[in-house]
Design a protein around this ligand. Structure first.
Ligand SMILES: *[C@@H]1O[C@H](CO)[C@@H](O)[C@H](O)[C@H]1NC(C)=O
Ligand SMILES: *[C@@H]1O[C@H](CO)[C@@H](O)[C@H](O)[C@H]1NC(C)=O
Length: 940
């Protein structure tokens, strides 16, 4: 071209004027089309190649009012063709061109054309003009404000009409591009759907030959897939199948990329229609191949499409056949690898891999491709905790794949599951009904809206002959002879069983004679249902103790038995029943303090979390009975020849920790006197346990268990003591005997005091010499012997506070049980060490008044270990170090009838108070357990 010479079309105003003129003319002007045709064409070309392309050109074009005439020009064309709503009836592909260039059809438009007389223009040139106008519009629609205006001016309907009427690749191309640009906004997207563009675009997918045209159409469809409803509408109008067919035809790279990008959008939240069409269109194989495409964009889109497809059970078997399992697994492995991506990018693949576990055929592929290792890696990964429930539910699919189960066990699944029973796994959305296993198509009938996986499993179990019907699955199908305990009361209304094809398929069906409808009641299937189901399966192993009879596992199971996180789980109980009946688990129940835990939690109502805080929680009768049943089963094991041998060996030759655990557990699981006597009394088990009390506790509940165990043993040794009697103080201070000292304090006492004791405080306390001198050898020597005091009327008593002196003076004058000894005793909760009570006790000892000592001790016991004293006082009393009180404390803690928590708290206080000097405590506890009243005052 020669150097730029200014032309008319350099002016935007000129071009716009041409456009306006052409549009207006079409609407009623009378100019000769033929003469304006060339300037319009030139103006359009200039607009497209210069004005609109320039920086800010689109905004300028819009601001100068270019869109209205541009659309009018197009509408003029559209008016000639049938409206989109009448699509299919009388579509005349060439009518638009003839409408524009040869005038509108006689019946349309109010403005009759005057151009019909002029010579017809060449069709190619006319098409070029329409092409240019569409191209300008499509470019304008890359700008948001233009899109808004085009929509406002009704441009969408015009474009859809052109799509319907002009079946030329280039026009379809431009129109699809304009629509695709408009569809970038949700509002326009909705309008385009409503205008009926989708079937037309789908049609051009098969009609167009040109790759660029196809790319524009594919892109328009992709942009139209902006919401779940729109995606569904697209799939239902058949948009997916031709896309899949195009993909299967091995297109050029650009179209391939466009296709996978569109399919990625369309397959989000994959509908059944979408999956079906992708599969029918032959897209699965190509997609799997494209997953290893050299171009990253193609590869990644493809992999996500495959992942999306997994949501539909109906394509998963075919997907697996096409090699999808290995692809998805490999990609998840890569993303979890050292150079992998974050959790967000793993999420769709985790979901897909878990869904692939729902069909036997894919499970086999998954297992062979190392999927179990990958799933276990997820379960171990705390960053993947949001998916743990999902992964566990997926693993349930392998319940009867013994090879896989063995592998999972070797990989450490059981302790992982047990440990996570109480854990706080993240919540994830439920899969839809269509995600249910394709192995059981009947699961997808609409009335079965519940979570599919367990139902699938159940009907699978039935169909495979593992169970005769739902009632058979509810109690575990244990191969052992351990009959399940009676289930807790079922809800009143039995779930009416719906018969699916699966149950009709097999001869042994729900309609087994004699099976009551109640037997088909649903097992509660909480969040942990899958984990419990797997654990139940593992608990049937010959020796499941290593993983299942551990403190965390038992805690998890007990939490489910008692229903503390959810509804009570009969399955958890059946697992425990199975474990307690298994001789191979006996030692583990002893070593892990599992038997003690069963008792504490179920029988006594004290869960680990309840201790040591005093939280009153009533023991449920049902729980107590279950606990007693489980302990009874353990007892059966313990008292068998095998159990006796195992326990004896453990107690005599075990590690120090095991020996203590054994001694502690024996009273719970051993009822045969010959056995517990031999092991605990003759062979030192009891002393072993007692000496362990002051050592660091190996279990957080150790002292609770120990207090319970010692008290149980006490009950075994002395079974006659009525457990109903609370260990109250055998002292009758409520009905005091008369006071003999009081009258000396009156204004005119008879006989008058012949002596006063002088305290350090200056206080003088009246006394009678004769009475005082006979009270103890000390006072006899002091008051009636050869000391100077024998002659004095005012005898100093040094180092005594008035309050401590008070009970002494009463005692000297013959008071026994008048209540004066209560005076120096501080109320419960206040320290006894350093109190006036301690001072009085010391003085009573110093003054050789054993009777008073005893009475003071009783007063301390009455106030601190009586109904108003609590377990925290027991240690405090113990600190006084008085043997009688020490024995009293031990009785308080271990005696029958005491509340187990208070008992245990008292023992904690005693152990703390005893400190390094454990001897007296050990002896006192031993005496109480053995029923030997060590220096205790026997009530009269
Ligand atoms: C289709 O549209 C694109 C984008 O406007 C354009 O680059 C291409 O040349 C067009 N192809 C045909 C065959 O019309
Ligand atoms: C478990 O204990 C219960 C209650 O004592 C009993 O009915 C059941 O038979 C026991 N199970 C076994 C296997 O001993």
């Amino acid at each position: 071209m020669a150097a730029a010479k200014p032309t008319l079309t350099d002016s935007l105003s000129f071009c716009l004027a041409q456009l306006t003129a052409a549009a207006g003319e079409g609407l009623g002007g009378g100019k000769d089309t033929a003469t304006n045709e060339t300037p319009l064409g030139r103006a359009l070309l200039a607009l497209r190649t210069r004005h609109v392309k320039a920086a800010g050109g689109i905004e300028r074009f819009r601001a100068r009012g270019g869109l209205r005439p541009l659309l009018a020009l197009l509408r003029r064309a559209a008016a000639a063709g049938p409206a989109p709503s009448q699509a299919g009836s009388g579509s005349a592909p060439s009518s638009v061109e003839s409408a524009i260039y040869d005038g509108p059809a006689p019946s349309s438009g109010p403005a009759p054309s005057s151009a019909s007389s002029s010579s017809p223009s060449p069709p190619a040139r006319l098409r070029k003009t329409l092409d240019l106008a569409l191209s300008i519009l499509a470019n304008c629609c890359t700008e948001g404000a233009c899109r808004t205006e085009v929509r406002r001016l009704g441009g969408i309907l015009s474009l859809v009409t052109i799509l319907q009427c002009v079946k030329t690749d280039s026009i379809q191309n431009r129109t699809a591009r304009a629509l695709g640009n408009l569809a970038m906004e949700p509002e326009s997207c909705g309008d385009i759907h409503s205008a009926g563009a989708v079937p037309l675009l789908v049609e051009s997918l098969t009609a167009c030959q040109d790759s660029q045209c196809l790319q524009s159409v594919v892109r328009a469809l992709r942009n139209l897939a902006d919401s779940p409803q729109h995606r569904l509408a697209l799939a239902q109008q058949g948009a997916v199948r031709p896309l899949a067919e195009l993909l299967a035809a091995a297109p050029d790279p650009a179209l391939t990329l466009a296709l996978v990008r569109a399919l990625l959008e369309l397959s989000r939240g994959c509908s059944r229609a979408c999956a079906e069409q992708l599969s029918l269109g032959g897209g699965l194989g190509p997609l799997v191949s494209l997953a290893s495409h050299p171009k990253k964009a193609v590869r990644e889109a493809t992999i996500l499409i495959l992942a999306n497809l997994c949501a539909q059970g109906l394509v998963r078997p075919a997907l697996g056949n096409a090699g999808g399992v290995e692809v998805l697994l490999g990609e998840l492995r890569r993303r979890r690898g050292p150079n992998g991506a974050g959790p967000a990018s793993q999420q769709p693949l985790v979901r897909a891999v878990c869904l692939l576990c729902r069909e036997a055929i894919n499970r086999a592929r998954l297992r062979d491709a190392g999927g179990l290792e990958l799933l276990m890696g997820l379960l171990r990964d705390p960053r993947a905790s949001a998916w743990h429930l999902r992964v566990v539910a997926a693993l349930v699919g392998f319940l009867y794949d013994t090879g896989a189960l063995g592998r999972l066990q070797a990989l450490g699944l059981v302790p992982l599951l047990a440990g996570q029973l109480c854990g706080d796994a993240g919540d994830e959305e439920e899969e839809g009904r269509e995600a249910a296993s394709w192995d059981f198509p009947e699961e997808r009938t609409p009335e079965r809206a519940e979570a599919g996986s367990f139902r699938s499993l159940r009907s699978w179990l039935i169909s495979e002959g593992y169970a005769a019907g739902p009632g058979d699955i509810s109690p575990d199908w244990s191969p052992e002879r351990c009959p399940p305990p009676p289930p807790p009361p079922e809800p009143a209304e039995p779930t009416s069983p719906t018969l699916g094809p699966a149950s009709l398929r097999t001869p042994r069906t729900l309609r087994t004679p004699g099976r009551s409808p109640a037997a088909t009641s649903e097992e509660p299937w909480g969040r942990e249902g899958p984990a419990l189901l797997l654990l139940s399966r593992f608990s049937q192993a010959p020796d499941p103790s290593g993983a299942l009879v551990t403190s965390p596992a038992l805690c998890g199971l007990l939490a489910y038995v008692t229903g503390s996180p959810g509804p009570p789980s009969p399955r958890a109980l059946r697992i425990l029943a199975r474990l307690t009946c298994n001789p191979a688990c006996l030692e583990a129940f002893v070593r892990s303090y599992g038997a003690a835990l069963l008792r504490a939690w179920l029988v006594l109502g004290v869960a680990p979390d309840d201790w040591p805080t005093l939280r009153a929680r009533p023991v449920r009768r049902q729980h107590r009975e279950l606990g007693e049943m489980l302990l009874q089963n353990l007892t059966v094991q313990a008292e068998s020849p095998f159990g006796v041998g195992a326990l004896t060996h453990l107690l005599l030759s075990g590690s120090p920790e095991d020996r203590v655990a054994c001694a502690l557990t024996l009273p719970f699981i051993c009822r045969k006197p010959s056995l517990w006597r031999r092991l605990l009394l003759d062979q030192g088990g009891l002393r072993l346990l007692l000496s362990a009390l002051t050592r660091p506790a190996p279990h957080p509940l150790f002292l609770f268990f120990a207090a319970d165990s010692l008290s149980c043993l006490q009950g075994l040794v002395s079974p006659t003591v009525s457990p109903a009697l609370p260990p109250t103080i055998p002292l009758d201070l409520d009905a005091p005997s008369p006071c003999l000292y009081e009258h000396l304090l009156g204004p005119a006492p008879i006989p008058a005091p012949d002596l006063h004791f002088l305290l350090d405080s200056g206080l003088r306390l009246p006394a009678q010499r004769a009475a005082s001198a006979t009270a103890s050898p000390f006072f006899r020597a002091l008051l009636a012997g050869s000391f100077a005091e024998a002659q004095m009327d005012l005898v100093p008593l040094r180092g005594l506070s008035p309050s401590a002196a008070w009970p002494i003076l009463h005692h000297l004058h013959g008071c026994r049980g008048c209540g004066a000894t209560l005076g120096p005793v501080p109320p419960p909760g206040q320290p006894l060490l350093g109190s006036e009570a301690e001072e009085a006790l010391e003085a009573a000892g110093r003054f050789l008044l054993p009777g008073l000592e005893e009475e003071l001790e009783e007063a301390v016991g009455h106030i601190h270990l009586g109904p108003h004293g609590g377990p925290e006082s027991v240690g405090e009393v113990f600190r006084l170090g008085r043997p009688r009180l020490v024995a009293h404390c031990a009785r308080w803690a271990l005696g029958p009838g005491q509340c187990p928590r208070k008992r245990a708290l008292a023992l904690v206080g005693l152990v703390e108070a005893a400190g390094e000097e454990a001897g007296p405590l050990t002896e006192a506890l031993l005496a109480v357990v053995m029923g030997v009243e060590l220096g205790a005052r026997v009530p009269a």
